[in-house]
Design a protein around this ligand. Sequence first.
Ligand code: PEP
Ligand code: MN
Length: 338
Amino acid sequence: MIVEMNTGATKEQVDHVVDRAHSLGFEVQLNIGTEKTVVAILGSDTGKTDTDVFAVLPGVQSVSRVMKPYKLASREFHPRASKINVSGVEIGGQRVVIMAGPCAVESEKQLMDTARAVQKLGASVVRGGAFKPRTSPFSFQGLGQDALKMLLKVKSDLGIPVITEVIDIQGIEPVAKHADILPVGARNMQNFALLRELSKLKHPILLKRGLSATVTEWLTAADYLLAQGNRRVILCERGIRTFEDTVRFSLDISSIPVIKQVSHLPVIVDPSHAAGHWAYVPSIAKAAIAAGADGILIEVHPKPEEALVDGLQSLDIPNFERLMKDLRPIAQAVGRYV
Ligand code: PEP
Ligand code: MN
């Protein structure tokens, strides 16, 4: 960390910063200029020490980090792109992985019909929410345990991995017994108690970007999962909240090349929750593949007009089929395949 002192900061104020650094076990390097003093705090960039520890001291103008607050998720630590194998499906390899299915599991027939259709059209993972975090507690909250059983049936009947969100610590054990990938929803990205428990599992965790999280905050949360021992972390860009109100969230397409540059973790895109409307989903999905995403997590429903959750943003089967066809040349243009 670099601590920049105010112009005219006193010797006592500089000594105070130095003493504080020493008390925390850090070495310092002083750069005393004619106008101002800069104190380099050596070894403090692990993310464990907050910049506020120094910013709060009298005479300090600003404190900045030299290193990123994440390490295990960074390219410097792991130069080659990570590939994550999920029950035989490789995420982060040459193939762009399509994960598709309904927002929520509503019945065995709805899930099975969707799963069969999307698998036939090229999806290699089936999604379906069993526990749904909702804005109103009176809205449909998912079929819970029954939905997990239905997902397991999809897995055993169709031989396709399934992905379903875990919303709290109590849900980890049942979800882990039934699902191949455990997503952490956008609203839980910084639920560190949940991340800590998930990091003890061997299952791949799909970490969705928080609604207002910067890429650095998102990677720092991913780092926390990695640091506790789970090395199978997949990132998912799903749009962030901006001033724009014509879409549900603004998909940050630039986060994909940024992640690819600074991290080795695979990144997939959820165009459905970003768009909020099915009509925008195909364009966003195509843009994501063109930008280098390793996969797409997309909501598909056989009858969107009857969906209990997120019908407006769900593609029906014919639209999903059209999208799959349109994705092929785009993937090919960027050296991948669907
Ligand atoms: C979901 O994938 O069903 C979901 C609720 O997504 P998010 O957490 O990104 O809003
Ligand atoms: Mn949804």
